[in-house]
Design a protein around this ligand. Structure first.
Ligand code: IPE
Ligand code: IPE
Ligand code: MG
Length: 242
């Protein structure tokens, strides 16, 4: 695979944990736990393939509406996985960043997230973004409010708000757009993930349930990406001219 066919930024909707567990007559929680191994493998494989940014959707704004027991177990699992993995991520030069509405999280988890971000802030390896309590609409509304506050304070002119200025107020400020979106679990939808950043992403959907995802599945998605012609509104002929 040539380096220009490797996406700079890959985003993943890690879906299908519940069905994986239900298919084995286990509680849904067992599927979430079984999803941790593939997260590890995916992070390692992204670094190995020279991908610069990886953004994983772990919990959406809408997932708060799940049964309380499932939500609370998921939060416990995030806490536990972060605690267990942070040293190795740091040793591998990963820079960790969380996106989402932190005010919704328990204070213990919030603190652990802040510590992990501070510890890895200066790392120059893979940029790993974890979306927890994240919604694409929340992100855009939040950005609009931040910009409006700057206008109110007289720091910014309303007429200066263009696409580039708007993007500075989003969660993934300074990050390249998503090149490749992978969704496991068979659904063909975005489910309120990175609405702004996915504008020109190539979309790869697989029936593979998240706990079964592996570096082989990841490579299949990368091969799909490598076969796409990205035209950005131009004609195929224009691209040939370079
Ligand atoms: C994704 O798996 C994990 C989260 C949304 C937290 P699901 O829990 O949605 O699994 P399915 O879609 O019900 O199989
Ligand atoms: C999307 O999965 C969110 C995450 C994977 C974290 P969902 O299972 O919540 O999506 P829907 O409800 O099927 O659209
Ligand atoms: Mg699901």
């Amino acid at each position: 695979m040539s380096s220009d066919s490797i996406p700079r930024h890959v985003a993943v909707i890690m879906d299908g944990n519940g069905r994986w567990a239900e298919g084995r007559s286990k509680p849904r929680y067992a599927g979430h736990r079984a999803g941790i191994g593939p997260v590890r493998e995916t992070v390692e494989h992204a670094a190995k393939r020279g991908i610069a940014r990886l953004t994983l959707f772990a919990f959406s704004s809408e997932n708060w509406g799940r049964p309380q027991d499932e939500v609370s177990r998921l939060m416990g699992l995030f806490h536990e996985a972060l605690q267990r993995e942070i040293d190795e991520l740091h040793a591998n030069h990963v820079r960790l960043r969380f996106i989402g509405d932190r005010s919704m999280l328990r204070s213990g988890l919030r603190q652990r997230i802040a510590d992990a971000e501070a510890l890895t802030a200066a790392n120059d390896g893979l940029g790993l973004n974890i979306a927890v309590a994240y919604g694409g609409r929340w992100d855009i509304a939040n950005a609009a409010r931040r910009l409006a506050e700057r206008v109110e304070r007289g720091e910014l002119k309303a007429s200066a708000i263009d696409e580039a200025e708007f993007a500075t107020a989003l969660s993934l400020t300074g990050e390249p757009d998503v090149d490749l979106l992978i969704r496991t679990g068979g659904e063909h939808r975005i489910s309120n993930f990175l609405l702004w950043n996915l504008a020109y992403a190539e979309l790869y959907f697989t029936d593979c349930l998240w706990p079964d995802f592996s570096s082989r599945e990841f490579d299949a998605a990368l091969a799909f990406f490598g076969s796409r012609e990205r035209r950005y509104g131009h004609t195929g002929k224009q691209l040939g001219v370079a």
